[in-house]
Design a protein around this ligand. Structure first.
Ligand code: HEM
Length: 259
């Protein structure tokens, strides 16, 4: 078998039949036959599929959120007016409120399924490998998705406390056009160098999490056909690096140029 017949991420064969996802514990034929009929998540709607679908929805949210945040890179006056106007538009839109509920539900579902899959895999493999050879066939970040996800969850708790909670329950200043001044809140928060550093480190974790998540979702949803595997790889890298670098750039720029 030539090297081009192997998935560059996992070293799994792409030509000898369906590509196996290394995150899914192989299930014996007997176990499949004995699976209780009342198993509420089975077949195509497996936990892994739900992980992939919720993950892709979150990927879409990140693109929209990043585009909104990039307005902070405009010249100061324009950035303040535009960012506050944009936030006002979003907060007045009932459709955006509904999407927001869906978003929070998706984040919770994604985290819960991740936990369920981790527990299931631990039970299947035992807690530790006597002789761990997994590094031979997968990247470190593929094996540390739980850790990376926990870092992102930690980031989200701080992030939502500082921004979302303040918008919903705090008292924002008012800008000279009479709009709630979310821009000044963001600039004030990113004044702290420590905060920006932690933020940037969390974005590195986000980048690696997205990288593996993207490839894993593509395999789970069956788009990793040998013909497309190169494209999936390129798009995955561009997406993950673009999103994490874009989100890291905003606090760095605000810290050094605006505060
Ligand atoms: C440049 C970096 C970022 C900035 C300046 C930023 C800014 C904000 C602000 C101002 C809000 C409050 C919006 C509102 O309630 O009207 C918000 C909400 C939120 N942010 Fe970020 N954010 C950044 C990065 C991220 C990242 C990397 C994630 C996810 C990994 C994230 C996830 C969220 C979520 C889930 C919400 C709540 C959205 C909602 O209310 O529906 N943000 N962000």
């Amino acid at each position: 078998m030539s090297n081009s017949d192997l998935d560059p991420e996992t070293n799994l064969s792409l030509v000898d039949g369906p590509v196996e996802n290394p995150d899914i514990t192989p299930t014996s034929k007997e176990a499949v036959e004995l699976r209780p009929a009342k198993n509420w998540l089975s077949g195509t709607l497996s936990q892994k599929n739900l992980m992939a679908l919720t993950g892709l929805f979150l990927c879409l949210f990140l693109v929209v959120h990043l585009l909104g945040n990039l307005q902070l890179l405009l010249p100061k006056e324009a950035a303040q007016w535009q960012f506050n106007f944009y936030s006002k538009l979003l907060s007045e839109n009932i459709f955006i409120h509904l999407i927001s509920y869906l978003l929070f539900a998706t984040i919770v579902a994604h985290a819960v399924y991740a936990l369920l899959i981790t527990i299931r895999n631990r039970r299947a493999h035992g807690t530790r490998y006597e002789y761990d050879r997994r590094g031979v066939s997968s990247k470190w970040y593929s094996r540390k998705m739980g850790l990376l996800g926990t870092v992102i969850l930690f980031f989200l708790i701080i992030h939502l406390r500082d921004f979302w909670y303040e918008v919903q329950f705090g008292h924002l200043p008012i800008d000279k056009d009479g709009q709630e001044d979310l821009y000044t809140l963001v600039v004030t928060v990113y004044r702290s160098g420590w905060y920006v550093l932690i933020y940037v480190l969390c974005m590195v974790a986000l980048g690696y999490h997205l990288l593996h998540g993207f490839f894993s979702a593509a395999r789970t949803l069956g788009v990793c056909h040998p013909r497309f595997v190169g494209w999936v790889r390129v798009i995955g890298w561009i997406y993950s690096v673009g999103i994490s670098a874009g989100f890291a750039l905003v606090p760095i720029y605000v810290h050094f140029a605006l505060s």
